[in-house]
Design a protein around this ligand. Sequence first.
Ligand code: TRP
Length: 447
Amino acid sequence: MNTRVLTGITTSGTPHLGNYAGAIRPAVQASTQPGVDAFFFMADYHALIKCDDPVRVARSRLEIAATWLAVGLDHERVTFYRQSDIPEIPELTWMLNCVTAKGLMNRAHAYKAAVDQNEAKGVEPDDGVTMGLFSYPVLMAADIVMFNANKVPVGRDQIQHLEMARDIAQRFNHLYGRDYFTLPEVVIEEEVATLPGLDGRKMSKSYNNTIPLFEGGASALRASVMRIVTDSRQPGEPKDAENSHLYTIYRAFATPQQSAAFRKQLEEGMGWGDAKQALYDHLENLLAPMREKYFDLMANPGRIEDILQAGAAKARKLSTPFMQELRQAVGLRNLQVASAAQGAPAKKEKGKGARFVSFRDEDGGFRFRLLAADGEELLLSQRFADPKEAGALMRRLQSEPADAVLQADGQGYAAVIDGVAVAAAPAGAQAEALERARAALASMAQE
Ligand code: TRP
C-alpha cells in the first residue's frame, strides 16, 4: 500500500519565496516519489478563520492554485483539491467536535496566545476569539483523517495540531470500537530551507518582510532583493557569507557548486550591490519560466477551476463512501437497517464485559441501564433527578449480592434496594433474562 502524504495551505495570502522554498517545492518534490499518493489541498475554510475579506480569500485561492500548477505539480498524479469542495470535511468536523474534549482545545497554542494577549491588554480572555479559531485544530484533524493520511509535512508551528489530530482520531476509534482512522504522523523536513526575510527574521507575511514569488513580476522581485538588509562592509572588504541573509537565500536556490562560487566571491570582497544583482539574476533565471506559466493560468481561471473540480471528484471518490461508513459507525443509519441490527450493537466486538450505561432521558432525568457483555439490555432504572443518586445506586447494585437484589415479580423482575424497586426489566424482556441479569451483576461485583 502506498504512503499517503497530505498537506494543506491556508488561502489567505499571496505565495512568497519563503512559502515556495519551505512548503511548495518540497511538497511537489515529495509527490513525485515512488510509493507516494499525495493529497494537496487549499484550506479555504481555514482561511475564513483568519480573514473576513471575501475579495482577499477569493484572490488567494486563485493565486495559490495557479502557483502550485505553475511550479510543476502534476495534478493528474496528485489529488489536488479545495477543502470547501469536499462537503464530507465539515460533516466529519462535526463528528470529531463531538468527541473532542474542550480542555484539549483550551491548550492549543494559537488560542492560548490570543488569551494571553487579551489578558495583557486587560480585556476579557476570549475577546475577539471565534469558535472558528477555537476549534481550528478539529477542522484540521478532519482534513487529515478524512483521507487517512500517513504523513503530514508541515512547519514546526503545526506540530501541536498534528498531535491533537492523533488524539482526536484515537478517541473516535476508541469510542466506536474500531480503527476507522489511521493515526497521522507529522513530518518536519529538517533539510528544508527556512528563508530569512528582508529584515533577516523568518520570511513571513505577518512580519511584512517577504519577497514575492510571482506577483509583481521581475521588477517587484528585483526591488525586494535590493531591500534585503546587509551589514555595512564596503566593496573590497571580505564578507561573512555564512551570516549574511543574501547568501542564505541564494543557497536555498542553488546547487552546492553555485553556492560555493557565490560564497567565494563574497569572501573575496564582492560589494553588496553586486551581490544583490547576482542574487536577483539567479532567482529571475529560475523563476521566469514558472512565472510565465503562472500568469498564463491566472489569465485562464476556468482552466484552474476545471482542474480543481476534477481533483474534488477524485477526492470525493474516497470521502463519500468513507463518510457513509462513519455515519453507520456513529448510528446515523437507515432506519430499516438500524432496526434489523438491534441487539447487535457495534461495540460488541470490543469484548467489554457487562456494564452500566447512564444517560439522560427526554425529560432531563437521569437513568441507567444494565447491559450484558453482548449488549443485551437487562435492566432499566427509574428516573432520578440527581445524577449522584443514580451513581450511588449503580455502585450499590454492584456490591450487594445479586441474588438478593434481583427479584422476580409479576411480569418480569426488578432490582430492589432498601425495599424500593430502583430498576426493572426493560419492556419486552423475558423473565428468563433474570438469570442473565444476575450473572451480569455478579460478574461486575468480581471486577
Ligand atoms: N494549518 C495549516 C497551516 O496553517 C494549514 C492546514 C489546514 C493543514 N489543514 C491542514 C496542513 C491539514 C496540513 C494538513 O499551515
